[in-house]
Design a protein around this ligand. Structure first.
Ligand SMILES: Nc1ncnc2c1ncn2[C@@H]1O[C@H](COP(=O)(O)OP(=O)(O)O)[C@@H](O)[C@H]1O
Ligand SMILES: [Mg+2]
Length: 292
């Protein structure tokens, strides 16, 4: 056990070439971003419009892309470099799990879903044999409102997008990770099912020792779900804080634009009003107050 942050992103930059092969132009897809997640389980949201650098940042945290500058550490140990401190691939996959936007791409059409869950449990040495792996899979499935019995022998075509996203979450839970990075996990799920998936993140955070980096272009789900929100624009963090503070007192014009993109806040996501009432946050028409 360690008191080191679960995730520590320090002054990270990702520079891409822009404008074609022979152009000298570059683009800062992620520009000097620093984020720290203390060890307590939490949902940390990264919100921004398309092209703001969210996926690039997620891919660096998932070690799929290397930062041009800066460092990323997990539990005090760097993701990159040659030192003994560097986290091995095996350890990394046990500590950090991804959930992607398109649940249909997470599983092949030709294998029954349970084989993914079993393989994950065996590969990551969470269970010593197939019988143990089935038990682990069943536990993970029950955390997302499914069970091994219910999915046995089924293929992806037999599930809805919402169910497949639950299955991706179940697979992510198998190694009991400390961090789940979810990049736009509900943007391809039917609107009617989105809230149930989002609620699942909240529930899992509370029941298990796992934090979420939740990436979205939709401020309303981030507001509902998060302990902390950062707003990204053009690769930079432009606003950060507790969700109710950001909504009540956005410091950036850009944040206000994102808020205006939420049609009738509260009607589309009635739960937000409940949450607001519960936390007795001032209404949006209340006078601005300084951020504490
Ligand atoms: N592999 C790449 N090569 C060049 N440019 C890229 C690459 N990946 C992303 N970009 C650019 O970086 C910027 C941020 O993209 P991205 O991280 O996908 O943003 P978001 O997920 O917020 O939509 C965009 O301008 C995008 O075109
Ligand atoms: Mg993206």
């Amino acid at each position: 056990m360690t008191d080191a942050p679960v995730l520590d992103i320090r002054a990270v930059r990702k520079v891409y070439k822009a404008g074609g092969l022979f152009s000298a132009k570059t683009l800062n897809a992620v520009d000097n971003v620093s984020i720290t997640l203390d060890p307590k389980p939490q949902v940390f949201s990264i919100v921004g419009e398309s092209g703001s650098g969210k996926t690039t940042l997620a891919r660096m945290v998932l070690r799929l892309v290397e930062p041009t500058e800066g460092t990323i550490s997990l539990l005090g140990r760097p993701l990159a470099g040659k030192g003994v401190e560097r986290i091995s691939d095996f350890e990394f996959r046990r500590l950090v799990q991804p959930i992607f936007q398109n649940p249909f791409e997470a599983f092949s059409a030709y294998l029954p879903i349970e084989s993914y869950l079993i393989r994950t449990a065996l590969n990551l040495k969470i269970a010593p044999n197939e019988a143990g792996a089935k038990e682990v899979a069943d536990g993970a499935l029950r955390s997302v409102g499914l069970s091994y019995e219910r999915i046995r022998g089924k293929y992806i075509r037999q599930f809805s997008g919402g169910e497949l996203q639950r299955l991706s979450i179940a697979r992510a839970l198998i190694p009991n990770p400390r961090l789940i990075v979810a990049d736009e996990p509900v943007s391809m799920v039917d609107a009617s099912l989105r809230m149930s998936i989002v609620n699942l993140f909240k529930q899992i955070k509370e029941e298990k020792d796992v934090s979420f980096v939740y990436i979205t272009h939709d401020l309303s789900t981030a507001y509902y779900l998060s302990d902390t929100v950062v707003i990204m624009n053009k690769g930079r963090i432009v606003d950060a804080g507790k969700p109710q503070d950001i909504l009540n007192n956005p410091t950036e014009a850009y944040t206000r634009e994102l808020m205006d993109a939420i049609p009738r806040l509260g009607e589309r996501w009635p739960e937000i009003d409940l949450l607001k009432a519960a936390e007795e946050t001032p209404s949006r028409t209340a006078p601005m107050r300084s951020r504490g």
